[in-house]
Write a protein that binds this ligand. Structure first.
Ligand code: LMR
Length: 330
């Protein structure tokens, strides 16, 4: 488990104080992530690099490391705090050791659609969560969408009881763990880079992902069925090391913040399109059957997992959950 150790915190602070010694050399910003380039996050990272190097020539150099090639999801947060990487964009499921309220984004069936997610993230609670980890050395720069998750398995999942006894890969999230327990299935925490192999070898029988991850990781090759459940969210928070960020020359920081806002708008505008394109490619591959749920079936899934909300209500804050629900009704 990731813990913010004293050593990590000391390094994080001293890093910022070290400043940027040689003004002639560009500031190197390493952006590490775990997905493929043709995904919302992969595209966002590349766009950030392009704009930053175009608008801050000679001042900034951005190195993008996709596909867990520099750090996997188990290590990237610690690497950020140690200053080994300056930008990462973990899924919102991966913050529970740093901020309990961010667990809100994992609650199953919380948001009706991505427009509601957008409203909530842009609203006061979403914005407050971006700065909720500054005392731990983490600054949130924005939310990037991937999209809503679909269940996949080697068995057709129409109603909750179909998932009983199956082993599902989950991200390192207590909420997602409880979600599968509520279905009487067996959750297994596993890093993203290991999911394909885990499914292929039968260590797990199922998973939950947006279409862009199912397609780009080739999970549809090792999953016979995908149930279009849209039961939960997989979005990201782009984060940086607070000391690094505050230690940047002011003009550079301001320009990078503007670029990040611009990239965030673009990513969020096109994420759904990318997911739909990948859904289409999965259909055309003929390797995995997409199951559509009736309204009644989807209601059954919702009822089965809804008790999970109660378990986390105190840690998340009931007023935040109410704000998220209100975002559905606008
Ligand atoms: C996962 O572990 O399933 C996701 O967080 C991967 C990602 O970054 O989209």
């Amino acid at each position: 488990m990731l813990k913010v150790t004293a050593k990590v915190l000391v390094c994080a602070v001293s890093m910022g104080l070290a400043g940027f010694a040689n003004a002639d050399e560009p500031i190197v910003i390493k952006f590490s992530h775990v997905v493929a380039e043709h995904t919302p996050k992969g595209q966002g990272a590349l766009m950030f690099k392009k704009l930053a190097e175009e608008r801050l020539p000679g001042k900034v150099k951005v190195e993008v490391y996709p596909n867990s090639s520099l750090f996997g999801d188990g290590k990237e947060m610690e690497a950020l705090l140690l200053g080994d990487v300056q930008l990462i964009a973990p899924s919102l499921a991966k913050f529970e050791h740093y901020s309990k309220p961010i667990q809100i984004f994992d609650l199953p069936f919380l948001f009706d659609d991505m427009a509601a997610v957008d409203r909530f993230q842009k609203g006061p609670v979403g914005q407050e969560l971006l700065t909720s980890m500054e005392d731990k050395g983490i600054t949130g720069l924005g939310y990037w969408h991937n999209g809503l998750k679909q269940l996949s398995a080697n068995k057709a999942l129409h109603v909750p009881k179909d998932a009983r006894g199956l082993k599902f890969r989950v991200q390192a999230s207590a909420v997602l763990d409880e979600q599968f327990k509520a279905l009487r299935a067996n959750p297994r925490k596993m890093s993203f880079a290991e999911v394909y192999q885990g499914l292929q070898t039968g260590v797990v029988n199922g998973a939950e992902n947006p279409y862009s991850n199912i397609y780009s990781q080739k999970l549809y090759e090792v999953q016979k069925y995908i149930t279009e459940s849209n039961h939960g969210l997989l979005d990201y928070m782009v984060i940086t090391n607070t000391s690094f960020w505050n230690g940047l020359p002011e003009d550079v920081r301001t320009e990078l913040a503007n670029i990040m806002d611009e990239v965030t708008t673009e990513v969020n505008l096109h994420a759904e399109e990318l997911n739909q394109r990948d859904k289409q490619s999965i259909i055309e591959s003929g390797k995995s059957e997409i199951i559509t749920l009736t309204k009644e079936q989807r209601d059954e899934w919702r009822e089965q997992v809804k008790p999970v909300w109660k378990k986390f209500e105190k840690e998340i804050g009931p007023e935040r959950i109410a704000a998220a629900e209100a975002a559905n009704q606008q």
